[in-house]
Design a protein around this ligand. Structure first.
Ligand code: KIV
Length: 274
């Protein structure tokens, strides 16, 4: 049933090294979250480079009020479904809350996402003690995407879903964290809800690609929650997101418009940044 994209090898598979090349060449990376096989075929056909099985599925698929209740079993289930629907994009899966609390647990969790879920990379949030976990995974050739700024698994500590890095001291800490993460061997860095100028600086100062969400147009790529950019997430749309389905009439057209807007650095616009 999900063989369309698999049987038309129109573009080469996106790999960890090819993402680095994209940064070097200044070619923007278009990423979206994805949670099932049907959407995965559409993302692949639209030219999406990176599909992220985000633990945002807890909120947009399961109807939870945060990502914290998402389990490793949930992530493996959705990741395997997405993997069956696509072949070209690089598939990243979130390590859910507490599934990387120490090195042995992180190893076991990452192994499940890769072996059972077919993920090519795992994503985890934060710095500090997380840097040691990143280094241990990277040493064992497990590709890692880090995530700084608004880290939703820390929502209670942060006191809500707020922009991070606005104060000079916080911005300096985030820049240092980004450098430490890159030095530890991470392959990619998601920057969520940070001032555009800070994201520009981090992007310029680290060798690995940055993927922004609410972090301005100067990141090496962009990611959005799929249901936000299709305008189907209930409630208020975040400032940094855009409804690409509005006025376009089909999901395929919305996905193509997003890919094109990211590649041309037309999204995010000034109205989407902090
Ligand atoms: O869980 C998720 O969807 C994410 C993105 C918002 C980057 O982490």
């Amino acid at each position: 049933m999900y063989t369309d994209s698999a049987s038309s090898p129109a573009r080469p598979a996106i790999t960890v090294p090819s993402l680095r090349q994209r940064k070097k060449g200044g070619e923007k990376i278009a990423a979206l979250t994805c949670y099932d096989a049907s959407f995965a075929t559409r993302l692949d056909a639209a030219g999406i480079d990176v599909a992220l099985v985000g633990d945002s599925l807890g909120m947009v698929v399961q109807g939870m009020s945060s990502t914290l209740p998402v389990t490793l079993d949930h992530m493996v289930y959705h990741c395997a479904a997405v993997a069956r629907g696509m072949r070209t994009p690089l598939l990243i899966a979130d390590l859910p809350f507490m599934s990387y609390r120490d090195v042995p647990t992180a190893m076991a969790s990452a192994a499940r996402l890769m072996a059972e879920g077919s993920a090519a990379m795992v994503k985890l949030e934060g710095a500090g003690w997380v840097v040691e976990v990143i280094a241990a995974l990277a040493e064992r050739d497990i590709p890692v995407c880090a995530h700084l700024g608004l880290t939703p698994q820390s929502v209670h500590k942060l006191g809500g879903y707020r922009v991070q890095g606005k104060l000079e001291a916080d911005a300096a800490r985030l820049l240092n964290d980004a450098k430490a993460i890159a030095a530890a061997g991470a392959d990619l860095l998601v920057l969520e809800c940070v001032p555009a100028e800070l994201a520009r600086r981090i992007t310029a100062e680290i060798p690995i690609p940055t993927i922004g969400i609410g972090a301005g147009v100067d990141c090496d790529g962009q990611v959005l929650v799929l249901y936000d950019m299709l305008g189907i997430t209930p409630g208020r749309r975040p400032r940094f997101s855009k409804d690409f389905l509005s006025g376009r009439g089909s999901i395929d057209a919305a996905l193509l418009a997003y890919v094109e807007a990211v590649r041309r650095a037309e999204f995010p616009g000034p109205e989407h940044i902090y």
